[in-house]
Write a protein that binds this ligand. Sequence first.
Ligand code: UDP
Ligand code: MG
Length: 327
Amino acid sequence: MGSDMSTGLDLSVVIPLYNEADNLRPLHDALAQALPKTSRTFEIILVNDGSRDGSEELLAEIAASDQTVRVLNLRRNFGQTAAIMAGLDHARGNIIVPLDGDLQNDPEDIPALLDKLEEGYDVVSGWRKNRQDDNRRSFVSRVANRIISMISGVHLHDYGCTLKAYRREVIEGVRLYGEMHRFVPIYATWQGGRVTEIVVNHRPRTAGKSKYGFNRIFKVVFDLMVVQFLMRYDTKPIYVFGLVGAISILISFLGGLAALYLRFFEGTSLIQTPLPLLSALTFLTGVICILMGLMAELLVRVYYESQGKATYLIKRTSDSPDRPDAG
Ligand code: UDP
Ligand code: MG
């Protein structure tokens, strides 16, 4: 994404595609049906994430037949989040709508998402209330969504739904790693954006295969930890490391005192209890934690100062009421 805020184009639809050849034509047809109903100028960005099923040729044909379509062919398979990121980087629209390319998301939902955005939101997230995946998966994802909601304090039913609508400003500058596309609403809230959700259609996959297995859960859990850490302690890592270090040193002292008590009042020999060992280990852990915290503080300063980044975000100022401060 360029840093210019106004691009002249209303809407960019961004679609990650990995081995979806059989879905491409129906997908394009569905988009060509749905998007004109938004009465906005739009572009469709199809990101071919290293498919090896002839998608590239088919996509070239589609792009040649429709001037609203732009195709990005990635060099190899980088994963869904990276593919979406590539699309965001090339999007020119003032509103950006990513969706899955397997037709499980329904392009007919896009007009409703945009209407909701117009009510004054910065992010409208899709909620696949009537989800068409197997039961085990739906269950796991319900539990996961509860946990993410609780931890992040951003209350949505369905983080995993790719279909969302964003105002350009709230994702300008966001970099996505791992499986993090699902956490953009959290990121947006953190940037001061207003977030809501609406129920969207969800359909079973009719062609191609799902690219994910059970291991996604672990990735999502770790990504959430990172997001959470960055959100709370972005500029003050010493608070986290320092707290853990302090607790560890406290345990060390308590263990040490207990050992001395046992030695002098109960006559227990110091090698008969694990307490001295515990005390030494927790002391070391504590010191290392605090040193890591100080290192992290250095990193934060390097990060912000070397890139001239501010530790705050300005919505608007009195001398430029209509434009966020571009720096
Ligand atoms: N996808 C991708 N790169 C990948 C894996 C998936 O671009 O490495 C795309 C895929 O083609 C689809 C979307 O991401 O358009 C969602 O993938 P999938 O349907 O397999 O996920 P599920 O619906 O099973 O969660
Ligand atoms: Mg799917």
